[in-house]
Write a protein that binds this ligand. Structure first.
Ligand code: GAR
Length: 221
C-alpha cells in the first residue's frame, strides 16, 4: 500500500497543445481515486486547445502561454518555467504538448517531467509517427512514456504499449488504436510516480528501487 496523507498529495501541472484526451484520462483516473494527486494547473501554448475546455469542465485552473507572443524559444521557456514553478509541482506531465524545449528547461525539470509519445521509441521520434510506421511497414507500433531529457523524444524510458498494425490501417485508424493504449499506460506511469515507486536517479529509471531495462516496461492489452 502507498497511502498518502492530505499534506503529501502530489501536485501536477499538465501541458497541452490540443485535444487533451490524455489530460482527460488523467482527470478521470484522479476522479476515480485511482491516482491520488491534484492537477494544480493546465497550461496550453494554443488558446484554442480543446483540452482547456476539458480542464475548465473539471474545475481545474488553466493558463494560455502562446508561443507566438514570444520573440525566442528561450523567452517562451522562461515564462513557462515561471508559471510551472509558481505551482511547485512534484511532476510536470506533457500531454500532447507540441513544443521543443531548451536544454535549460529540460535540466530544470530533470527527473520530474514525463512525456507520452505515439511510437515505440526510439523508432519514429518527432511528428507524423503513424504515417511513418505505416510507410515503414512495421507490424508493431505503439506509445511510449518516458522522462524528458534535452534530447527530443530521447529521455529515459518508463513504459511502452505495443499496438499491432493491421494491413489496411490508415494513419487515422492506427492513431486511434494507439491513443486507446496511451490512455491506459500514461495514468499507470503517473500513478507510479505519484506513489513514489517510479524515480529517475543518476539518469536511470528505478521502479520500486530496481533499475528498468533501457527499453522500459512493456504493456500489451
Ligand atoms: C497524443 O497522441 C500524444 O502521444 C501526442 O500527441 C497526442 C495528443 O493527444 N504527443 C506527441 O506527439 C508529443 N511528441 P491528446 O491531446 O488527445 O492527449
Amino acid at each position: 500500500m502507498h497511502q498518502q496523507s492530505l499534506q503529501q498529495i502530489p501536485r501536477l501541472v499538465v501541458l497541452i497543445s490540443g485535444s487533451g484526451s490524455n489530460l482527460q484520462a488523467l482527470i478521470d483516473a484522479i476522479t476515480a481515486g485511482t491516482i491520488v494527486a491534484t492537477i494544480e494547473l493546465v497550461i496550453s501554448n494554443k488558446p484554442e486547445a480543446m483540452g482547456l475546455t476539458r480542464a475548465n469542465k473539471a474545475g481545474i485552473a488553466t493558463q494560455v502561454i502562446n508561443h507566438l507572443e514570444f520573440g525566442s524559444r528561450e523567452a517562451f521557456d522562461r515564462e513557462l518555467m515561471h508559471a510551472i514553478d509558481d505551482k511547485q509541482p512534484e511532476l510536470v506531465v506533457l500531454a500532447g504538448f507540441m513544443r521543443i524545449f531548451t536544454p535549460e528547461l529540460t535540466h530544470h525539470f530533470h527527473g520530474r517531467m514525463l512525456n507520452i509519445h505515439p511510437s515505440l521509441l526510439p523508432q519514429f521520434k518527432g511528428t507524423n509517427t503513424h504515417e511513418r510506421a505505416i510507410e515503414a511497414e512495421v507490424d508493431q507500433h505503439g506509445a511510449s512514456v518516458h522522462f524528458v531529457s534535452s534530447e527530443l523524444d530521447g529521455g529515459p524510458m518508463v513504459l511502452q504499449a505495443l499496438v499491432p498494425v493491421e494491413d489496411l490501417d490508415s494513419p487515422r485508424v492506427l492513431a486511434a488504436r494507439v491513443l486507446v493504449q496511451e490512455h491506459v499506460i500514461y495514468p499507470i506511469a503517473i500513478k507510479w510516480f505519484c506513489e513514489g515507486r517510479l524515480k529517475l536517479q543518476n539518469n536511470l529509471v528505478l521502479m520500486d528501487g530496481h533499475r528498468l531495462p533501457v527499453e522500459g516496461m512493456k504493456f500489451q492489452s
